[in-house]
Design a protein around this ligand. Structure first.
Ligand SMILES: [Fe+2]
Length: 224
């Protein structure tokens, strides 16, 4: 199975760690590491090319310069910078294009814009990225991001998470509350999985979020 050479991976890790320093708590280097680990796990099970998929996982969330205060940045910026960086470290030209192709659809904003993964590697990386927005990490990330962008309330669970209503997502800023974000995005991610392996992991992470919301609601009502 094709993998990144140790020196390639080392160079990529160093570059990404530095570039992601100024980002919000949901987009630190730990997010990248989780996406890489999930990419390896899903990619192995699905038979993806791990050189391409892992390079894309590392480079999928590079922000534009002066990211501070920007709510949404596109994976197009990331793909552009990844392309230049990989060329600079001598990554084979034919593979750079495949990495770019795997980065472009790897974000929820690109999904909303109708950009969907076509190659197996792109599907693996997108599943990995969406999975890190689910489960315990997904819960931690949504509360951290909301606070980072100045949201002042936690929100209330108004709908049964087992039969959620679809709330509209805010496109120009954070959702009104982190609880709202479960209903606009997080509870729907399991239906967007692209691989069988991703679907299985998503099922468990989804269930954990449902339990969290039920418990949050019960505690708000003083029931437990
Ligand atoms: Fe990401």
């Amino acid at each position: 199975m094709e993998r990144l050479k140790p020196e390639e991976e080392k160079a990529i890790r160093r570059f990404v760690r530095l570039r992601m320093k100024p980002l919000d708590p949901a987009h630190g280097f730990d997010h990248v590491e989780c996406v890489v680990r999930l990419t390896l796990k899903i990619g192995r099970a699905e038979g993806a090319n791990l050189r391409i998929a892992v390079a894309a996982a590392y480079l999928h969330d590079l922000p534009p310069e002066n990211v501070r205060g920007k709510f949404d940045y596109s994976t197009e910026d990331s793909a552009r910078e990844a392309e230049a960086f990989l060329a600079k470290i001598g990554f084979p030209r034919g593979e750079v294009g495949r990495v770019v192709e795997a980065i472009l659809p790897a974000s929820y904003s690109m999904h909303l814009r109708g950009v969907h993964p076509k190659t197996l590697e792109a599907k693996v990386v997108r599943d990995a990225d969406f999975l890190d927005a689910m489960g315990a990490r997904g819960i931690a990330r949504v509360f951290a991001t909301s606070a980072y962008y100045g949201v002042r309330r936690l929100g209330r669970v108004r709908w049964n998470p087992e039969r959620p209503v679809k709330l509209p997502p805010s496109l120009k800023g954070p959702d009104p509350t982190p609880i709202h974000h479960f209903y606009s995005k997080l509870l729907w991610l399991k239906d967007l999985m692209q691989t069988e392996t991703g679907r299985k992991i998503a099922e468990q992470r989804h269930q954990y979020m449902v339990e969290f919301l039920k418990r949050f609601n019960a505690e708000m009502r003083g029931a437990t």
